[in-house]
Write a protein that binds this ligand. Structure first.
Ligand code: FE2
Ligand code: FE2
Length: 475
């Protein structure tokens, strides 16, 4: 029997018979999924110092305590409603937002929610092997925090499916627990969510770049005319911020440690000889996860994007910061396209059709700001001349106009032969992976200790000391 008081929420769950009934079937299936696909070996005998959202106000959304992972209280939260909220873009601009799903947009909205929902459990599946190879208890705890919150994000999307999409929604909610990341027969829906994340460098690059795609998608959904979708995603963004913190600071700490090792060797040594991660290898992971995440934003020219915007389903990130008319009926966008012979040409397309690219612009800017912080606060501060750089958005694309062609990280076009010869200079090779596996073979489970390839963080979680026992084993 499902009990509403075990599920923290601000959606009136106790009095919502329809939702309770739907969750009665779904919640046990969710827990089965968590036990099967969540972190192996950390389900029953470990207590993890986790943040749980118990309400959306300042006091309640960051409640810290030790919890066993399967006993985490996955809740359902919507950000507080905005009084008299109006549709902020598209053809229905200025009308009151919707509290129910309009019949004519039902399929489109369901698709948007399912695609978002599918990424959440996917990332838990991708990251499941990492706990056995963690660089510290601090990092282990952060991994699990990200995992349980991705689980909660799945709950958030399932809440919408159960509440607003009837039978179809319940079927989709089941299917979200049935697909598996990387499975040949039942893969997750988007490519980046089928890639394994089995090294900690992958994890930090993923949380830096792919969770940031989550941020741009959630920002655009939080503009939606469907108010429950807007409010759900707005609350998810508060959690997403921590995921990107984990990624950005994780990469920064690896860079920091690499600089220390280089300094100790008089800047001449091979850091791999002392168990560090060399800068070119870090750059390759930036190239890989950044380009994968660019693909997640979809094709440069997209009639779906135009329809979503026109109908008010999905806006631009931070729509109110745009100075144009928010309707975009006659505006144009200049795009780099390819002509039939593969030459790059500038082409004007209707702005509504270019909205995937507009969101990608926002995303690239947000990534660049993070990379600039690494360069300034770590590499420059250590007196290094090397810099981390984002590759061209043409590099390594599988989706959109550049798919099927080859470009180097600066955006110069290559022949297939040149690409084959040089790609392992720019993307992680099997040897690189092998090296990273070799330095994370032995996990570090002692409080306050860190693997040799990563510097300690500047401070602990929730003002706890760095050597706090963030994950403890039950006797
Ligand atoms: Fe998420
Ligand atoms: Fe996330």
């Amino acid at each position: 029997m499902i009990s509403a008081d075990k599920i923290p929420n601000n959606v009136g769950l106790a009095g919502n018979k329809r939702l309770l009934r739907a969750l009665e079937h779904w919640q046990p299936a969710y827990l089965d999924w968590w036990r099967e696909m969540g972190p192996p070996g950390f389900q029953d005998s470990h207590q993890v110092y986790l943040r749980t959202a118990v309400s959306v106000d300042a006091a309640g959304w960051a409640h810290f305590d030790y919890v066993k992972l399967p006993e985490y209280r996955w809740g359902i939260f919507l950000a507080e409603p905005t009084h008299d909220r109006r549709i902020g873009f598209g053809d229905f601009m200025g009308q009151p937002v919707w509290q129910e799903v309009p019949g004519e947009f039902r399929n489109q909205l369901r698709r948007l929610i399912v695609i978002q929902g599918d990424t959440e459990p996917a990332s838990v599946e991708q990251q499941r092997s990492l706990g056995a190879h963690c660089p510290s208890l601090y990092d282990l705890r952060n991994l699990f925090q990200v995992n349980v919150e991705e689980g909660r994000h799945l709950w958030a999307m399932v809440y919408l499916l159960h509440s607003y999409f009837g039978r179809d929604g319940r079927d989709e909610a089941e299917a979200l627990l049935e697909r598996r990341s990387g499975n040949d027969d039942t893969p997750r829906m988007l490519e980046a969510f089928n890639e394994p994340i089995d090294t900690w460098l992958d994890f930090f690059a993923f949380t830096m770049f792919t969770d940031r795609d989550g941020k741009s998608q959630l920002l655009s959904l939080s503009e939606s005319s469907l108010d429950p979708l807007a409010r759900t995603t707005r609350f998810m963004l508060t959690e997403e911020a921590h995921h990107m913190f984990v990624g950005e600071t994780g990469m920064a700490r690896i860079l920091e440690r690499t600089c220390q090792l280089l300094r100790d060797s008089g800047f001449s040594g091979d850091v791999r000889k002392v168990g560090g991660i060399d800068l070119p290898l870090i750059q390759k992971f930036v190239n890989f996860w950044f380009s994968q995440s660019l693909d997640l934003h979809g094709s440069e020219v997209s009639s779906n994007a135009a329809t979503y915007f026109a109908n008010g389903l999905k806006g631009r990130a931070e729509e109110d910061k745009f100075e144009d008319d928010h309707v975009l009926a006659a505006n144009l966008y200049m795009l780099d396209m390819l002509d039939d012979s593969g030459r790059i040409i500038r082409q004007e397309v209707p702005m509504r059709n270019a909205l995937n690219e507009v969101l990608r612009d926002w995303y690239v800017g947000d990534c660049q700001a993070g990379v600039d912080r690494w360069n300034k606060r770590v590499l420059e501060a250590h007196g290094m001349s090397e810099r981390i750089a984002l590759p061209s958005r043409k590099f390594n694309r599988k989706v959109g106009v550049y798919a099927g062609r080859h470009f180097d990280p600066l955006g110069n076009q290559l022949t297939p032969g040149e690409w084959e010869r040089k790609k392992s200079e720019w993307l992680p090779s099997p040897e690189d992976k092998k090296y990273l596996h070799s330095i994370q073979v032995t996990p570090v489970y002692k409080p306050g200790q860190f693997a040799n390839y990563i510097a300690p963080p500047q401070r602990g979680i929730n003002r706890m000391p760095i050597d706090f026992e963030y994950v403890r084993t039950e006797a």
